[in-house]
Design a protein around this ligand. Structure first.
Ligand code: BES
Ligand code: ZN
Length: 629
């Protein structure tokens, strides 16, 4: 057992206070140590969401060995960190959350002195490990807590097969520390190997380039340096179906045929993105369709996107999400935000790439409608957001990085790139983006680094038709006046029918023939105010409550609940009990709160449904509903 190192200092105290507590040779300047940041490592900017000090000691590779216990919902095992030591006197500091640390040793198995600090509500507990002079590897034996925020353990009743349990992890933004003790900052890139042992009959997959099954143990290899939030695992009754030589869909067997049909354009999407922005550098591109409890639409785990089954509409109408997660293979996974305040570099770029892929595969009309829906959502959200949160380069100090997951990073970020495209032309912007990805491949970058590159490689070269006020876009609030406004004739047709409906035309008289999903979403987004009677009439004509399209259904139910149309109640109850996707849950519970007697109704269903939701959805809804577990 390691002798715990009890320095008696408090978290958050200046590190100089630690000096007297450390062995005689403290870590002040040492002539043998290069103190500056490594080139291209983005380690000059402080990541306020991690305790790690990678400029001093950083992990370059981890070997993970875990056994999954579905009886207790605990993972047990160890992780070995292989280190780069820039400052020989500095300790190795990792992030942890709700982990039970059993032992910390060096490569020879010798215990290393360590201390686990008190927990910060957002950041968890800092684990500080003192290194011997020659220590190059550190092994941490540990187990996770059943409530580990990154892990969602599902009972068989939450799966389509209803027989086996299921586990998936969600790392972004700072949840990986709740299942692996590591330097949980996107500025730290590591390669990794994993050895995962699971019960017989269950299949384990990870966000890795290589996978090998040997009995109950599956081993994985990721040989490209990735940030910690992109390490992901899922385990359950899974099967796969090939789309192409490098693309496959994974899902529970009962879901697989539907999933494979819906996602048959995956290979064409990869090709489109390669043509636009350079080679796909990750080998395979697979997609895992998770049970409906998954809290997000999609998560861009390398080589293996995780996705909600609510994108399976039967007509490929919601596959923009796949284009989005795939695009992260360039913007996000290849070139990564160095800190969470640079999140717009991940998401804004990715939404722009997504829009370009959609245009290439499905045409300009479809892409324009999707852009317009995004801009409509952005406008609505800007009305609610406090001014500091309307800034692309947002300050998230002292907050949960999740707070930056707004339409500002996504749609304002993408609008900025569309504005650059408008001024400099598509060809020029494409070449610029391609060189951005090429020159920063497998690096983590800050907003400042992007702005310097933008200045040198685009703005300074001139040739634009007009100017772009970069400072206004990146540091200003609201939406700059020069934001390009998408013009959709297909939406103009919808708006005409909506106005006729508003003026009293019967639902059955509306000219809706041939409307696609995005047009219905436009229609529903703009209907309010409307009476319950008119909603009942619409439902009779268009059968919204029976829609198999989750986006249409969720928009419809939110409107119905808000306006007191009770025809959706049973469908809503079923939806809230099965779907854990936060993007849907939030407006639905919000609508309940706004309805008559809504708080009691909301809490009644939330009490039943909450145990089925992932920690990130729980956190959002607990706050919204004032719920204290
Ligand atoms: N990387 C995000 C999901 C994410 C962001 C998880 C921040 C945790 C913290 C993913 O790429 C994403 O943006 N998903 C969207 C769908 C997309 C089409 C806009 C989602 O889940 O809704
Ligand atoms: Zn994204």
């Amino acid at each position: 057992m390691a002798t715990a190192w009890r320095g008696g200092y408090k978290d958050g105290m200046k590190r100089t206070l630690l000096l007297p507590l450390l062995p005689a040779i403290a870590w002040t300047a040492c002539t043998g140590c290069a103190a500056g940041p490594e080139p291209g490592s983005a380690m000059t900017d402080l990541d306020v969401h991690s305790y790690a000090r990678p400029a001093e000691v950083r992990t370059r590779h981890i070997d993970l060995d875990l056994t999954l216990d579905f009886d207790t919902n605990i993972a047990r095992g160890q992780v070995t960190h292989h280190l780069v030591r820039r400052n020989r006197h500095a300790p190795f500091v990792v992030d942890t959350q709700d982990l039970a640390i059993a032992a910390v040793t060096d490569a020879a198995g010798r215990p290393l002195s360590h201390e686990l600090a008190t927990a910060d509500p957002h950041l968890g507990r800092r684990l500080t490990i003192l290194l011997g002079h020659d220590t190059t590897a550190v092994t941490i034996r540990y187990r996770t807590a059943p409530e580990a925020a990154a892990m969602q353990w599902l009972g068989p009743e939450q799966t389509s097969g209803q027989k086996l349990p299921f586990l998936f992890t969600q790392g972004q933004a700072i949840l990986t520390r709740s299942w692996i003790p590591l330097q949980d900052s996107p500025a730290v890139r590591i390669t990794w190997n994993a050895r995962i042992t699971a019960p017989t009959g269950m299949t384990t997959v990870m966000s890795a380039v290589e996978r090998e099954v040997d009995g109950e143990t599956t081993t994985f290899r990721m040989d490209k340096p990735v940030p910690s939030y992109l390490i992901a695992l899922a385990c359950g009754d899974l099967a796969s179906s090939d789309i192409s030589g490098r693309c496959a869909v994974w899902a529970e067997p009962a879901v697989l045929p539907r999933a494979a049909a819906e996602l048959s354009d995956m290979e064409a999407m990869v090709v489109a993105c390669e043509e636009l922005f350079g080679p796909y550098r990750w080998g395979r591109y697979d997609l895992l369709v998770l049970p409906p409890a998954f809290p997000f639409g999609g998560m861009e785990n390398p080589c293996l996107t995780f996705a909600t089954p609510t994108i399976l509409a039967g007509d490929k109408s919601l596959v923009a999400l796949v284009a989005h997660e795939l695009a992260h293979s360039w913007s996000g996974n290849l070139v990564t935000n160095a800190t969470w305040r640079d999140f717009w570099l991940n998401e804004g770029f990715t939404v722009y790439l997504e829009q370009r892929i959609m245009e290439r595969l499905y045409g300009r009309d479809r892409a324009t409608m999707e852009i317009a829906l995004g801009m409509q959502g952005l406008a609505a959200e800007l009305e609610e957001l406090p001014p500091p949160d309307q800034i692309l380069h947002i300050d998230l100090t002292g907050r949960n990085p999740d707070d930056g997951m707004t339409a500002v990073a996504y749609d304002k970020g993408a609008a900025f790139l569309r504005r650059l495209e408008q001024v400099y032309g598509r060809e020029t912007l494409d070449a610029f983006l391609r060189s951005w990805f090429d020159q920063h491949a497998f690096q983590s970058v800050t907003t400042a680094e992007f702005l310097a590159f933008l200045e040198a490689e685009l703005l300074a070269k001139g040739g634009g038709e007009g100017t772009v006020d970069i400072v206004r876009w990146v540091r200003g609030i609201g939406l700059p006046a020069d934001a390009p406004i998408p013009e959709s004739t297909l939406f103009a047709a919808v708006d005409t029918e909506r106005d006729r409906f508003r003026a009293g035309a019967a639902s059955s008289e509306l000219r809706t023939d041939g409307w696609v999903t995005q047009q219905w979403l436009r229609f529903l987004a703009d209907l309010d105010p409307v009476t319950p009677e008119r909603l009942a009439e619409l439902d009779k004509t268009f059968q919204f409550t029976r829609s198999g399209n989750s986006e249409i259904l969720a928009a419809w139910m939110a409107l119905a609940v808000r306006r007191g149309y009770r025809g959706v109640d049973r469908r809503l109850d079923l939806f809230l009990m099965t779907v854990g996707r936060r993007k849907f849950l939030k407006p639905l519970y919000e609508a309940l709160l706004a309805a008559e007697n809504g708080k009691a109704r909301a809490l009644a269903v939330y009490r039943r449904a909450r145990p089925r939701y992932h920690a990130v959805s729980q956190r959002t809804l607990d706050a919204m509903l004032d719920y204290r577990p």
